[in-house]
Design a protein around this ligand. Sequence first.
Ligand SMILES: NC(=O)c1ccc[n+]([C@@H]2O[C@H](COP(=O)([O-])OP(=O)(O)OC[C@H]3O[C@@H](n4cnc5c(N)ncnc54)[C@H](O)[C@@H]3O)[C@@H](O)[C@H]2O)c1
Length: 363
Amino acid sequence: MGISVGIVGVGSFGPQFIKLFKVHPNVDRLALCDLKPDRLSRCSKEYQVSETYSSLDDICKSDLDALAIFTQHWMHAPQAIQAMKAGKHVYTAVPAARSLDECHNLVETVKETGLVYMNGETSFFRPDAAFCRKKAEEGAFGEFVHFQAEYFHDISHGLYEVAKNRWGDQWDRDKTGGIPMYYPTHSTCFPISVMKAHMTSVSAQGYIYPNDDWFRQDTISENRFSNQIGLFTMSNGSTARIAEFRRIGHQETERISAIYGTEASFEQNDSGAMWMNKNSMEEVTLTKKHEPLPDMLASDLGGHGGSHAYLVHEFVDSVSKERLPRINVWQAVRYCTPGFVAHESALKDGELLKIPDWGTPPN
Ligand SMILES: NC(=O)c1ccc[n+]([C@@H]2O[C@H](COP(=O)([O-])OP(=O)(O)OC[C@H]3O[C@@H](n4cnc5c(N)ncnc54)[C@H](O)[C@@H]3O)[C@@H](O)[C@H]2O)c1
């Protein structure tokens, strides 16, 4: 018998996952939920899902096994905790949390409830991450020396509209800005998942765009940095450089730009990817098809480098088998915490700061 899943939040991003959950062979029943009746009825009709709920409170009272939450990014941790306390297995979109306290509460709730929690970090299943993870598992890099990853997304590439849409009626000039390092998970996921190591300390810097009208002190984020860059020490002795740039004359990218090992290295830019060692260098063709998937999902992998289908399968499979997902809560908070501390460091002109850690899953 399959599982039952409710999708909470059918704004811009959530609908991209409805079909994938619907066609998954281990999902027997699917429901949709949103505070906005127009969005709910549009998705209900378009995807032919008749079971609907008008709020998270409401769907938490249902007998559904699991909830996949795609609400605004500042709501994820409290809503995940509410859903787990109501007995639901939970998936949330990124970021998992918005503060160190939220990270702590999330981990404690997973430990208390014993339910499946997974975070939908799209970078985990991107082709470059999958390729480099495989090379790392084969030991091909030797010892890791240094890692570089970045999320470049100029604010004028759709992000003004995203912010206005997410705030809706509450939109105002004080809601602009947003701390780049508070949304670092598309980058931090790469070194953490490839090297199986986590960040232990950071020295970071910020860039202030002249006369910036978006990143300002008089907003709820009280943040003037449009771009932030951090140099991290890693638990395996290597270093990592993460760049979160929101003012940049560049097309959008979320990628690994370099991994240097003592035996071999990987480099990538907009022209392609290279694998090299001390004597030779070869071009790499990265593929979106890097893991087996049920046929119905394999035919249309979805967005963000084809990661959507893998995310849905990883969650459904984890709930069905009651196993730990690869992007479990201990991983998910390791993707977030480096950013919170990096922002603190940037405010202190690069002071080296320690990064707290909640460890690994209990056996
Ligand atoms: N690559 C990625 O991983 C990626 C890309 C895009 C968006 N996202 C994430 O997806 C999330 C959603 O983004 P979006 O642009 O679709 O936002 P959105 O504002 O368009 O949609 C969010 C929806 O959640 C609903 N909602 C909020 N609280 C609710 C509640 N209590 N009960 C029921 N419904 C509720 C809202 O009414 C809204 O329709 C964000 O958190 C964002 O960070 C991730």
